[in-house]
Design a protein around this ligand. Structure first.
Ligand SMILES: [Zn+2]
Ligand SMILES: [Zn+2]
Length: 534
C-alpha cells in the first residue's frame, strides 16, 4: 500500500489472523485442529495430518459442533422409523482382547484357589481389577463377572412403589405396530413427544415469575437434579405399559423459565390418553437424608479427622453419621426427600417417516445441542438475570448426589468422604450456573435405536464421501500415527494449521462438487470455481 493511512483507518482494517479463522469457519473447517504425524510403513515417509478437534459446543469450534449436530440428526433420522429390528453385531475379538481375557482367567483361578485355602486375596483382587480395566480399554463391552454386590443393611421395601399401571410382559421387539389403510397401504407411524416439568409458580412470556417470592425454587432445583432419573422411570413404565422394548432418541434442553424439558422421538405410537395414564403413574422418589435443618454453616464446619478418614462435629468432636448410617436412619414413617414428576402439560404427535413433520421435529431435537444449557435462552432483562440468580442460589446448597460436599451442611458425611470438602463448593456439574441443575447428558439414545453408535454413523459418512469422490479406502494397517508437540521441528502454530485447513477444505469442496455434478450429468464448466456452493 503506497497511500498513507491514519491510525484510525488501520484499526478499522480486519486483522489477517481473524480473517483466516473466519474463512476456516465459512468453509466448515475446524478452528482448533490437532496436528498428528502419519508414517507410511511401506515407504517410511511421514506427513502432517490435521485432525478436527471434534468439540460439540459452537462457542469452542463452530464447524466441529455443527458436524456433531448433523451426525446426531442422522442418527435420529435413521432410528425413528425402522421397520426391521436393528441388528447389533459384535465385532470378532482381536488378539489383544484374547490375551487380556486369558490373563484374566489365570488371575481368577489363582484368586479362587487362594480363597479356598483361606489365604488373603487382596493382591489377587487388585490384579483382577486392573485386568478388568485393561479389558474395557481394549474395546470390549461389559464385565467378565458381575460386580460383587455392596453389602447394605437398609431395607429395599421403600424403594420405588409400583406404579398404578396395567403391566404387560415386555416382548423383545423394538419396532412399533404396523397399520394398514383401507387401500391396502401399510404404514408405521412414530411419535414426537415433549415432556415438561410441573409449574413452580406463574411465569410471564419472558420466563420470569410473576411473584418471585412465591416461585418454588427448591422444587425447581430438585426436579432439575433428578430429571434424568425421572426420565428413566418414564421409559421403564412406557415399556411395561406398551409391552415392547420401546426405543427413543431424546434431547434435554431448558425452557425459557429455565426448567428442563425433554423432546423425545419414539419408535411406535400410543394415544394421548395412554400417554397421560403413563405420565400420571410415573414418579421418582429420592430417599436421601433430610436437608431442612442446617446443622453446620460456614462458622462451624465439620472437621476432617485424618486418622479415621471421617468428618467430626467441631463442637462435640463426635463422628458425623456416615452416608450409609444416615440412609439406615430413614424410618418407615419418613417421607422421601423429594418426589419428582413431570408436569401435566405435554405435547404428542404422530409422525410419519420422511414427512416434512419428521424433518421439523429432528430440527427441534438437535437445535440446541451445540450450546450450553444456560446459553439456549440468553438472559437479557434484569428480571431474567434475577431469576437465573435465584435458581443458582437454590442449587448452591442443594445436594447433587450422595458424594456431594453439601451433605456436611446438614450433619451427614457424604459417601466416600475425603479431606477438603466444603458445602457450597461442590465440583458437581449440576451446581454450575451454565448447567441449571441438570448435569446429565444432553442427548439420550436407547441402545437399540439405530443399532449403531455415533462412531458407526461417522464411519458411514466417511464411506459415503470416499465413494462419492471415487477414492480408495485407506488401509489402516499401513500407517502409524503420533501426536506432534510444540517442541517438534515439524510443529505448526495454530494460524499455519488454519491456512492448511482452508486450503484443504477448498480443494475438497471443489472435488465433491465436481463428483456430484458428474453423478447428476451436469456440465462441469457451469460450476462455481470455489467450493463455497457445496
Ligand atoms: Zn474443531
Ligand atoms: Zn454437589
Amino acid at each position: 500500500m503506497t497511500q498513507r493511512t491514519t491510525r484510525a483507518q488501520r484499526l478499522a482494517m480486519p486483522l489477517a489472523r481473524d480473517v483466516v479463522r473466519e474463512l476456516a469457519i465459512t468453509h466448515g473447517g475446524c478452528v482448533r485442529p490437532v496436528q498428528l504425524r502419519r508414517t507410511d510403513l511401506h515407504t517410511g515417509q511421514t506427513e502432517p495430518v490435521l485432525v478436527p478437534c471434534g468439540h460439540t459446543l459452537a462457542a469452542v469450534c463452530p464447524s466441529c459442533a455443527e458436524r456433531a449436530r448433523v451426525l446426531r440428526a442422522a442418527q435420529c433420522r435413521e432410528g425413528w422409523h425402522l421397520d426391521r429390528e436393528p441388528v447389533v453385531q459384535a465385532h470378532e475379538p482381536d488378539d489383544e482382547q484374547h490375551m487380556w481375557i486369558e490373563m484374566r482367567a489365570q488371575a481368577q483361578q489363582q484368586r479362587d484357589q487362594a480363597a479356598s485355602a483361606g489365604q488373603d486375596t487382596a493382591e489377587d483382587d487388585e490384579l483382577i481389577a486392573e485386568l478388568d480395566e485393561e479389558i474395557t480399554r481394549s474395546g470390549m463391552r461389559g464385565n467378565v463377572l458381575p460386580a460383587r454386590p455392596v453389602r447394605r443393611h437398609r431395607s429395599t421395601r421403600r424403594r420405588q412403589d409400583a406404579p398404578d399401571l396395567p403391566r404387560r410382559k415386555v416382548a423383545p421387539r423394538t419396532v412399533g405396530k404396523t397399520y394398514t389403510s383401507p387401500d391396502g397401504k401399510t404404514f408405521r407411524p412414530s411419535m414426537f413427544i415433549t415432556l415438561t416439568c410441573p409449574s413452580y409458580g406463574r411465569v410471564g412470556s419472558d420466563g420470569t415469575p410473576a411473584d418471585p417470592d412465591r416461585y418454588d425454587y427448591t422444587r425447581a432445583a430438585r426436579d432439575a437434579l433428578h430429571c434424568a432419573a425421572l426420565f428413566d422411570r418414564f421409559i421403564q413404565n412406557l415399556r411395561r405399559f406398551l409391552g415392547y422394548d420401546v426405543q427413543y432418541f431424546a434431547a434435554v434442553e431448558p425452557q425459557r423459565r429455565l426448567a428442563p424439558h425433554i423432546h423425545i422421538a419414539m419408535r411406535g405410537t400410543l394415544s394421548r390418553t395412554e400417554l397421560r395414564q403413563v405420565l400420571a403413574a410415573t414418579y421418582h422418589q429420592v430417599w436421601w437424608p433430610r436437608t431442612d435443618q442446617v446443622k453446620h454453616d460456614d462458622s462451624n464446619l465439620p472437621v476432617w479427622h485424618e486418622a479415621s478418614g471421617h468428618y467430626l462435629d467441631p463442637a462435640t468432636g463426635e463422628l458425623l453419621p456416615t452416608w450409609d448410617e444416615a440412609l439406615d436412619a430413614i424410618g418407615d414413617e419418613d417421607e422421601p426427600l423429594h418426589v419428582a414428576r413431570f408436569g401435566d402439560r405435554f405435547d404428542a404427535q404422530g409422525v410419519v417417516a420422511g414427512s416434512r413433520d419428521a424433518n421439523r421435529c429432528i430440527g427441534y431435537l438437535t437445535k440446541y445441542l451445540t450450546k450450553h444449557v444456560a446459553d439456549c435462552h440468553q438472559t437479557q432483562t434484569p428480571a431474567q438475570h434475577e431469576h437465573a440468580g435465584r435458581l443458582a442460589d437454590a442449587l448452591r446448597f442443594e445436594p447433587c448426589s450422595p458424594t456431594c460436599a453439601n451433605w456436611l451442611r446438614y450433619g451427614v458425611q457424604p459417601r466416600n468422604p475425603r479431606p477438603g470438602l466444603r458445602p457450597g463448593h461442590c465440583k458437581g456439574k449440576a451446581h454450575r450456573r451454565e448447567h441449571l441443575g441438570y448435569a446429565g447428558r444432553r442427548v439420550l439414545v436407547s441402545r437399540k435405536w439405530s443399532g449403531k453408535t455415533l462412531a458407526d454413523h461417522r464411519a458411514d459418512r466417511r464411506e459415503w464421501l470416499l465413494e462419492t469422490l471415487g477414492l480408495p479406502a485407506a488401509d489402516p494397517a499401513r500407517y502409524t500415527w503420533a501426536p506432534v508437540t510444540p517442541g517438534d521441528p515439524d510443529h505448526m502454530p495454530n494460524t499455519q494449521r488454519l491456512l492448511h485447513v482452508v486450503a484443504d477444505r477448498q480443494r475438497w469442496h471443489a472435488a465433491l462438487t465436481e463428483a456430484r455434478a458428474r453423478a447428476s450429468g451436469q456440465p462441469i464448466s457451469e460450476l462455481p470455481a470455489t467450493g463455497r456452493a457445496a
